[in-house]
Structure formats: C-alpha cells, structure tokens
Design a binder for this molecule. Structure first.
Ligand SMILES: Nc1ncnc2c1ncn2[C@@H]1O[C@H](COP(=O)(O)OP(=O)(O)OP(=O)(O)O)[C@@H](O)[C@H]1O
Length: 667
C-alpha cells in the first residue's frame, strides 16, 4: 500500500530477505510434516510392542548433520550466553555407548530431537525421557558437583552469585571526586580540568578497589598477597573507561624505570584509539608513556615506539600499551626487546567479545609472555617471576610482581566455563543492579545472571513493518519527525552502502556511511564530522556498535533488527550515554517480531514500546522515493561501468565501456 512497485528496485537485500523468508517457511513446513510422521510411527510402534528393542539393542535414532548441530549450538550460545554456559561438564547418569555419545547434542536440543528423518524407524526412545544431569564446576581447583534435572538451575561460584552491586542510575548516585578516598591530588586536578566533578557509580566502586589492590605499590599486592582479579559488568556509557584509567595512572605515577606495566587489549582499532586518548589526557605531564599499537602505523614504526636498543640492551619506551590482539601478538613474537615480564595490569575491555572471538589465544600468549623467564641478568632478575601456583609459606617468601587481570564489558559473560578460560584469581565481580518494573511503577531489584542492564535514560521503541516500507520509515523519521544526530545500523556493509546511496539520492538529509569498506582515515574523518554535528544521519555496520563513544547521539535506529541480544545492547548503547537521555528505534519485520520480542524478554528487557507508523504518514514521501530509486539505479550502473573501465584489458574494450558510460550519463 505504501510503496507500490518498490520491489522493482528493492535490490538484492529485499530479494535475499524474501528468499530467506520462503526458506524459513519451507523448513518449518518440512519440520511439521516430519513431526506428524514421527507421531504416526510412534502410534504404530505402540500398537505393535513386539517391534521394540531393548536398551542394548541396535537402536536407530535421528541424527543431524554434525555441522548443523554445531551451528545451532553456536547460535544458541550467542543468544543465551549464560543459560548455555552454566554447564561445565554434563554427563548422563546412565552409562553411554560411544554411538550415544555422538548423539548427545541432538538429544539435548529439544526441537531437533522431536523430528526424525521420515524414513527412519525409531527403536527405543530413551533419550526422550528426562534424565538427571550432573554439572561439575572447577573453581580454584575445587570441584563443585550439582545434580540437576532440566528444571533445576545449576549453582554458580560464589563470586558470580554474590557480586558487588553497582547502582545503575548515574545522576542520582554521583559521588564527588573528593569523597573517593586515596585519589592523588594531581589526578584530582586533572579530572577537574576535564570537567569531571563527580564519579559515576561504577567509578566510585571500582577505582578504590583497584587502588587498594596496589596499596603497597605496583611491585606488590596488598599485604604482600597476590591481588584479586576484577570483573566489571556495567551498562554502556556508564564510565567504565575512567574506572581503570585513573587507578592505573595513579599506581604507575611513582615508577622509576620505564617498563610495560599496563596492557589494555581491545577488539578494534577505533576503540583502542579512543582508550589511548583517555590515557594520554591523564598521563600528560607525568612522564608516563602511552603507546598505541593497532596496525595503523607500519610494523617497524610501532617497533620504534615500543623499544630502543642501547649498548646495555633493549629498553622499553612504553609504560602503558593499548593494543588490538593481532598486532600485539605480532609484537610479542617478532619485536626484539618487547617484554611483558614486568606487566602488572592486564586490562581486557569488551571482555566478552575478546573471549568469544578467538582472541583467547592472544590472551594466552600475553600471559605466557608475562611469565617468560628472561635470560639476561641484572636488575630484572630481582623481580623475576614464575607462574603462580598454590600459595605456600615458601612461595610467599620471595616477592613477585603480581599480574592482575581487569575485565570490563556492558555484557560481560557470567558463564563460569568461559571465565574459567581466563584463569582468574579469586575474582571480584562488580555488576549493575538489574531491576524489574512492577505494575504500580515501582522497581524491584533482582538477583539474576542472565539479564542485562541498559542505561537509565534510554527509551526503546520498535516499529513493526514490511520490507518495502523500511527505507520510507527511515526517511519519515529524518524528514517528517525531524530526527537529528541519528546513528543507524544495518546488518552488512553492502546494506549500509545501498541505504546510504538511496538516502543520498532522495536528498534533504546530510548522510554518511561507516563500514570497513572505507579506509581508516576516511572512517576517522566521518566520525569526527558526525560528532561535530555536520552529519545528521550516519549509516553504519556493527563497526560502531561497541564501545565507540560519540557525544550527542540522540537516536539509534536499528534499520535491520540485530540477531543477537548483545548486539542489540551495544548498538542502542551508543545513545543515552553518561546519564543523558536517548531513544532507540528498531524496525522489525512482522515475521521477526515474535523472535525479536522474545530475545529481549529473555534478557530481561521489558520496557520496549510498540510504535506503529501508519501507511498514510509515509504516502507523501512515495513519489520522491520512486524518483530516488530511479536515480539510484542509474548511479549504480555508472559505478559499475567505471569499475569495468578500470578493469578493461584492451583499449577497444575501454573505449566501448567509455562510450557506454557517456550514454548512461547523458540519459
Ligand atoms: N565522572 C564522569 N563525569 C562526566 N562524564 C563522564 C564521567 N565518566 C565518564 N564520563 C563520560 O561518559 C561517557 C561514557 O564513558 P565510557 O566511554 O567510559 O563508557 P563505557 O561504560 O566504557 O561504555 P561502553 O560500554 O559503551 O564502552 C564518555 O563520554 C565519558 O567522557
């Protein structure tokens, strides 16, 4: 009704989505048919009991493709991180044959277990019966056994189950900087110079905790003991960056010799750059050196920034290194003299992503490098350290520089299995209070591990729509509703590019795109212009979804609904930062609506409002939109022709293509 004939110009995106919807409908139909056949078979079996085999028999049971089961498990673990992760090691109490072992994932995934291939007879349905599971956690060498039926939740280690609560409401819980004990006067001055008079709740809790763990200086833990590792899970925009920058700068203020004492690892270049900027502000004038290694400079240039060769050997030029995993690993392996043996703080920002994204290997390498035995003799030998083991009287006699891990994220996994991979030492968890709204408008705090908290100032809406009306809705928000400073997310860089071209062809909006299609310097420029308000609509991939701190984003629009809850949380968290207000709109296809709402509900996000937009409101835009689509079609053809000219092998081919291009431009 809204956009007759739009599908004509819909492009691959729409076709893909339509094909996807068709596929889904087909799969669903097949599944229902299979289930009906399975029920029929079961009835037949029940009617002929002699056809069944006993437990030891060669029972056939449905089996999925190994890849398929794996993909499903992966999807599920992304969607429900904590529920999945609470199982460290599960065994069924009945002894299992090796063939049964292979079938466990299938039996465990309820939906697939119900739909056997139609041509297979089921002999024996033992896996279908509820079985008792045994869950075993290993926490600091102690095995915790938990017997549970599918309805019973396995229990969590105490530090996860009883974290230190941090207030979510920033503005109601500001803490004047002078009220937080132990902050160095120099840093207090710097904070004030940067307009910071009060700490946010997460800073008021975490800064003293880190300072306390280094109260005897950076060479020793408090009271000579190894300091506890720290995990922080607090909403987007709640000020997690300063909560590690301030104490680390303060602890290193007294350092005499320059060594890499703090290492911050982040998943993207842009994030690393952002964090190193904050470190630069607070180390300015202190003599501490911050080095950023992300691959934006040549490898040799980065090596020069990290180490210097002297007659006496290599010496470090960095106290604090801020890095992305790939480049850091290269330097650990290939830069002579780059040593982490004096590393005191390892900070893993966006920790959940770092654990997930195969960066785990990088984290292992860092730890290995930190405990590497150095060959040279001299002063370093005094503080030589060995990988920590159990605390004994002998081990506590020789002081060692402790390595303390600090983990931060808005969606920190509370999956003990994943956290266990990081080999945390007596960790302390700081997490925001999750509260549920009651009917009378009051809020009740809840103890829960699979819920996430969003910034207090965030309002969330979703717009049910169909594929054709999505571009019109975006234009409606920009032109009729006069939205300003909008960050709009799509699910792929191609989708971002096409949408950008379309909005540009429509006109009337200052628009730009941001994705890995663009070179880093162009991305940087775009981001700056968006921050300065020169660009009203920035269409982006998930490259800007995490951690990026852009001041004054009024609206986030999920043009494509995110597939995973963590993506949703990070995307919408680009607005309503630092206690400010912001609005997030999600355009949700009707076919996605149920799944989308369930995803939010499962994560404890309840206050999202339905915001339908009537077709009549979009009608005035349709004519101009059709014109924009025609223009876009031509633009795309011209771009393709230019590409062809570049790639042409012969002069005849080139001139033919040039002629075609001229013809295109003329018409
Ligand atoms: N105490 C403070 N007073 C005023 N502004 C602050 C304070 N602390 C942080 N900010 C500002 O709040 C914004 C958000 O901070 P930060 O980027 O550290 O959030 P975050 O918790 O790391 O968010 P994300 O999870 O999205 O990475 C920044 O612009 C920062 O300058």
């Amino acid at each position: 009704e809204v956009c007759l004939g739009c599908s004509r110009y819909g492009g691959e995106d729409e076709q893909e989505e339509e094909a996807e919807a068709e596929d889904r409908a087909r799969v669903l139909l097949e599944r229902l048919q299979q289930q009906a056949r399975a029920r029929q078979l079961k009835k037949q079996r029940e009617a002929q009991p002699q056809g069944r085999e006993g437990p030891g028999g060669a029972g056939l049971s449905p089996r999925s493709e190994p890849g398929e089961g794996k993909a499903k498990r992966k999807r599920e673990s992304e969607e429900q991180p904590s529920a999945q992760g609470q199982k460290k090691l599960e065994t069924k109490q009945r002894p299992r044959s090796s063939s049964e072992e292979r079938e466990l994932p299938l039996a465990a995934s309820g939906e697939e277990a119900n739909c056997p291939p139609s041509n297979m007879m089921i002999l024996g349905d033992y896996d279908a019966k509820p079985v008792q599971k045994v869950t075993i956690y290993f926490t600091y060498g102690i095995a915790i056994f938990s017997f549970s039926s599918p309805q019973v939740q396995p229990f969590l280690p105490q530090w996860l189950a009883q974290p230190k609560r941090v207030q979510k409401r920033i503005k109601d819980n500001l803490c004047p900087i002078r009220d937080v004990p132990g902050i160095h006067p120099r840093l207090l001055k710097k904070l004030q110079m940067n307009g910071i008079e009060s700490f946010f709740p997460v800073q008021a809790e975490v800064i003293p905790a880190i300072l306390q763990s280094a109260s005897n200086g950076y060479l020793m833990g408090r009271g000579g003991y190894r300091p506890k590792d720290i995990c922080v899970s607090a909403p987007t925009g709640s000020g997690k960056t300063l909560s590690f920058v301030i104490p680390i700068v303060q602890v290193l203020l007294d350092r005499v010799v320059c060594h890499v004492r703090a290492l911050v690892v982040l998943p993207t270049k842009e994030l690393a750059q952002q964090v190193s900027k904050v470190f630069n502000v607070y180390t300015d004038g202190t003599g501490l050196k911050v080095v950023l290694i992300t691959g934006q400079k040549s490898f040799a240039k980065e090596q020069e920034m990290l180490v210097q060769k002297k007659v006496t050997g290599y010496c470090s030029l960095a106290d604090i290194v801020v890095a992305t995993p790939g480049r850091l690993t290269d330097h650990i392996n290939q830069t002579p003299g780059f040593s982490l043996t004096q590393l005191r703080f390892l900070i893993v920002d966006e920790a959940d992503r770092m654990i997930d994204d195969m960066h785990q290997n990088c984290l292992n390498q860092i730890v290995k490098a930190a405990f590497q035995v150095e060959n040279d003799s001299g002063s370093n030998m005094l503080f030589q350290r060995t990988k920590p083991g159990p605390i004994t009287a002998a081990s506590s006699c020789s002081p060692q520089i402790p390595l303390q891990k600090l983990l931060f994220s808005a969606t920190l996994t509370q999956d003990p299995e994943k956290l266990q991979q990081l080999d945390l030492f007596q960790p302390r968890l700081f997490t925001s209070v999750y509260s549920e709204k009651n009917r009378d408008g009051t809020e009740t705090e809840r103890d829960t591990n699979d819920k996430y908290t969003l910034p207090e100032g965030l309002s969330q809406c979703y717009v049910p729509c169909d594929l054709n009306s999505k571009p019109l809705l975006l234009l409606y928000f920009m032109l009729k509703m006069k939205f300003t400073r909008v960050l709009c997310f799509t699910n792929s860089r191609e989708a971002s590019h096409r949408l950008f071209l379309l909005v540009q062809a429509f006109g009337g909006v200052t628009v730009a795109e941001f994705s890995s299609r663009l070179p880093p310097n162009e991305r940087q420029r775009t981001m700056k212009e968006f921050e300065q308000g020169k660009i009203q609509l920035l269409i982006s991939t998930d490259a800007t979804a995490r951690g990026i701190d852009v001041k004054g984003v009024n609206y986030v629009i999920n043009y494509d609904a995110p597939q995973f809850i963590r993506t949703y949380i990070h995307r919408v968290g680009r607005t309503a930062r630092a206690g400010e207000a912001g609005v997030a709109f999600s355009l949700v296809l009707r076919i996605q609506e149920r799944r989308f709402l369930r995803m939010l509900r499962d994560a404890g996000i309840q206050d999202i409002k339905k915001h339908p937009v009537k077709g009549n409101s979009l009608k005035p835009l349709v004519q101009q939109y059709e014109g924009a689509l025609c223009k876009l079609e031509k633009t795309v053809k011209v771009m393709e022709m230019r590409k062809k000219i570049k790639k042409s092998n012969s002069s005849a081919e080139t001139s033919l293509n040039e002629w075609k291009l001229r013809w295109l431009m003329w018409h």
